[in-house]
Write a new protein. Structure first.
Length: 106
C-alpha cells in the first residue's frame, strides 16, 4: 500500500481584517500519496498561498494537523522543522504565463 506523504486534517486559519475575522482556510482535509503530484488552482483570494504557507509552517494554524512522511509538523520547533522544509517546496506561478490561451480550462 502506498503510504501518504502529506496529510492535512482540519487545517484552519483565520485572519483579522478591519476588525472582522476572515476565514482563509476552514477545516481543510487533504492527502497526497508518494506517487502523486498536487496542483492547486483557484481564483485569487481562495486560500492557495495561505495553504502552502501553512504546510511550510510559515504561518501558525488556528487548528488542525499537518503530517509529512508520518511526522506531525504542527508541534515542531523552528529548528526541528529544518530537515522537513528542505524536502518541501512551494511553486507559485503567474497564471498568464502558465496556461496556454489556445486551450480552455474546464
Amino acid at each position: 500500500m502506498n503510504a501518504p506523504l502529506l496529510e492535512l486534517r482540519h487545517v484552519t486559519k483565520h485572519f483579522t481584517r478591519g476588525g472582522a475575522r476572515v476565514a482563509a482556510l476552514e477545516s481543510v482535509d487533504l492527502t497526497v500519496l508518494r506517487s502523486e503530484t498536487l496542483g492547486l488552482v483557484g481564483e485569487s483570494g481562495c486560500g492557495k498561498s495561505t495553504l502552502a504557507r501553512a504546510i511550510m509552517r510559515l504561518i501558525p494554524l488556528d487548528a488542525g494537523e499537518i503530517r509529512f512522511d508520518g511526522v506531525d509538523l504542527t508541534g515542531l520547533s523552528r529548528q526541528s522543522l529544518t530537515p522537513y522544509r528542505a524536502r518541501l517546496q512551494m511553486v507559485f506561478q503567474d497564471p498568464h504565463a502558465s496556461f496556454n490561451p489556445r486551450l480552455t480550462l474546464g
